[in-house]
Design a protein around this ligand. Structure first.
Ligand code: ATP
Ligand code: MG
Length: 363
């Protein structure tokens, strides 16, 4: 769903901003620190209510303000229809407000889904080098964008996990713990089933992309590393085993003070040839792996019926040679609305309208 108008108030280094974007996207230029990434972040927040660089809401509120707000007008594709307005505000006390067409909405599940987005950034190599959390975050945002059942299961699982952890550290209410564990098993089974399917799709597509833009002849492969190992031959089977194991581990988890197994400890193993990429891949290979994963994320969204995907490119091809850059851009050709941010003014041959971040801030 293309974004045709963006308004920011007290968001990062934009005290006040109103800008209209073309349907095919924009090229954001400007020197280091001028606010290019901040603009991409505003777009990502409007699509997912999350920062693409994992920043907290507090970090995004302008230094001298208490409340930040973002408003975006999105259209279905042709640009001819009446736009839908998405408004998001958040303050330093932790309050936030979401509105669609001026109607307050109560849940994130209503917010997610209609505005698929994929963000590419130099920091994406964190997917290879970083902690499992970075890879789970990538999967969670990707699946939630097109699957409301997954998002609901994720919210439910996190809530019950946190309640169980609290209970493990405080009281010994066994009955209450039974309930939390049953809920964790039910939502956990939904999460695992959908992660397994998504990783399989990412793996087949990611491998193809890596061969296209990779730096070596070796293949990229992806493997799910469950935080709780049990055969997944059906949601119910897995659910029953997980529920039983949670009960069995209750005593030892109480000693640890946290829940030691479950989808919250899942990981995604990335391999080049037969070796784990984390300790083996070169910097260039890491960059290519991260790009391949993000390109496959676009394919996953498309496979789930997403159209007009918003693609954010934050300097993500700066380390690639011109030939590979051209290949990456050809792979995202006609996929949706593309925003490219770069301090160098190189937009990779795309015909995009240029916006200068420093000029936008001075408006
Ligand atoms: N909460 C905030 N309030 C005010 N200013 C902020 C806030 N957070 C970040 N900034 C400012 O935003 C600027 C960074 O913006 P941004 O990351 O968008 O730069 P950029 O144009 O992407 O730069 P680069 O080319 O180096 O990537 C910094 O100058 C920083 O001080
Ligand atoms: Mg930047």
């Amino acid at each position: 769903m293309p974004l045709i108008k963006l308004q920011c108030r007290n968001f990062r280094n934009y005290p006040e901003l109103s800008v209209e974007f073309p349907l095919n996207g924009a090229f954001l230029s400007g020197p280091n620190g001028s606010g290019k990434t901040n603009l991409l972040e505003a777009v990502h927040m409007l699509c997912t209510a999350r920062s693409q660089r994992g920043a907290s809401k507090l970090e995004m509120i302008a230094e001298d303000a208490d409340t930040a707000s973002l408003e975006g007008e999105f259209v279905a594709g042709s640009g001819a229809e009446i736009p839908t307005s998405y408004f998001f505000s958040f303050d330093r006390s932790g309050n936030s407000m979401l509105k669609i067409n001026d109607r307050k909405i109560g849940s994130f599940s209503e917010w997610f889904g209609s505005r698929p987005v994929v963000s590419f950034a130099t920091s994406d190599t964190e997917l290879v080098y970083g902690s499992p959390e970075a890879r789970r975050r990538f999967l969670d945002i990707l699946i939630s964008l097109v699957d409301k059942e997954y998002l609901a299961a994720l919210i439910d699982y996190r809530k019950n996990l946190s309640l169980r952890n609290k209970l493990l550290r405080t009281s010994g209410d066994e009955l209450l713990c039974d309930i939390y564990e049953e809920n964790m098993a039910a939502s956990g089974s939904v999460i695992v089933e959908k992660r397994v399917a998504t990783i399989a799709l990412l793996g087949s597509e990611g491998g193809l992309n890596y061969r296209e833009i990779g730096t070596a002849d070796e293949d990229l492969s992806l493997q799910y590393e469950p935080g709780f190992k049990a055969d997944f031959d059906g949601q119910n089977g897995w659910k029953n085993v997980f529920s039983k194991v949670l009960t069995e581990r209750r005593k030892s988890d109480r000693e640890l003070g946290f829940s030691s197994c479950g989808p919250h400890r899942d990981d995604l193993q990335l391999s080049i040839g037969s070796r784990a990429a984390k300790g083996y891949a070169s910097q260039g290979q890491c960059r290519s792996i991260a790009l391949s994963l993000k390109l496959s994320a676009i394919r996953c969204l498309e496979a789930k019926g997403a159209e007009n995907i918003i693609i954010l490119f934050d300097d993500a091809v700066s380390e690639l040679d011109p030939e590979r850059t051209a290949r990456v851009f050809s792979l995202i050709e006609n996929k949706g609305q593309v925003f490219i941010a770069s301090p160098t003014g190189e937009e990779g041959g795309r015909d995009l309208v240029h916006f200068d971040a420093a000029t936008l801030r001075a408006q």
